[in-house]
Design a protein around this ligand. Structure first.
Ligand code: BT5
Length: 232
């Protein structure tokens, strides 16, 4: 079942982070959109940077059922962003476990799921109009990677539509129900990686959202979270 996401909606020109403006007492689907963030957040205390007016920056409030594993929502967001970008750009998009969306080997979007007050605030940033010198190394925007920009409002509507349908499927069936959007898009598969001190070749993302790494001697390890260093 597709969930309708995006109501009620708050639009701001500038804020520290859309993550902080989501009022968790609102109903599921509440949305905050910003033109600019002065302290955009990544995972693990890192920052998310985008000049004003260049990126799609939003947070949506989700209230998943208790039987679901909420940390999977950043992967789910990656799936929805990849669906949306593939739909509008006609190019294939990969997901770099656990929360990056990659186009032509560059990070084009990032997703952040933060638990708050028993709910989840899901933040998504998509690079749209930035020029190369406005992006960190190894990052790209729709403009740098395709040679044209995109209307951010149109992109938001597409992402919310895909997120609503993927979230609806996940609510009832978990990650297994959306795995078709994840497994085949695994950016790290076959690459040499190091995660949490384990080094080897990434073999797959399993149906519980863990990254499996072949560490040699026929031994595989599975990691549920962590920072990936990979060979480009
Ligand atoms: C993420 O974190 O990728 C999650 C980013 C989520 C951003 C959205 S924007 C709307 C909402 N409000 C917020 O405050 N946050 C969410 P992480 O995997 O930790 O990646 C952060 C790292 O990506 C940084 O340390 C930089 O190296 C890099 N980075 C920063 N800005 C970037 C950009 N615009 N494009 C690509 N990479 C970027």
């Amino acid at each position: 079942m597709t969930e309708q996401l995006g109501e009620p909606r708050l639009d701001v020109e500038s804020c520290e982070s859309t993550q902080l403006l989501v009022d968790t007492s609102l109903p599921e689907g509440a949305l905050v959109v910003a033109d600019h963030q002065t302290a955009g957040r990544g995972r693990l205390g890192r920052s998310w940077e985008a000049p004003a007016g260049t990126a799609l920056l939003f947070s949506v409030l989700l209230k998943p059922p208790p039987e679901r594993h909420a940390p999977e929502l950043s992967l789910l967001a990656g799936i929805a962003v990849a669906d949306a970008l593939e739909r509008i750009l006609g190019l294939s998009v990969q997901i770099k476990w656990p929360n990056d969306v990659m186009l032509r080997r560059q990070k084009i979007a990032g997703c952040l799921a933060e638990a708050r007050d028993g709910a989840v605030v899901l933040g998504i940033g998509v690079n749209v109009e930035q020029a190369k010198d406005e992006l960190p190394p190894n990052a790209g925007s729709i403009r740098t990677l395709t040679g044209r920009g995109w209307d951010r409002e149109d992109l938001l509507a597409t992402v919310l539509d895909d997120l609503g349908s993927r979230y609806g499927a996940w609510r009832t069936g978990g990650l297994d129900a959306v795995f078709d959007g994840l497994g085949p898009r695994d950016f790290l598969r076959g690459r040499q990686v190091t995660v949490n001190g384990a080094s080897g070749v990434a073999t797959m993302i399993d149906r519980e959202g863990r990254l499996e790494i072949a560490v040699g001697h026929g031994e595989n390890v599975k990691v549920s979270s962590g920072e990936v260093v990979y060979a480009r």
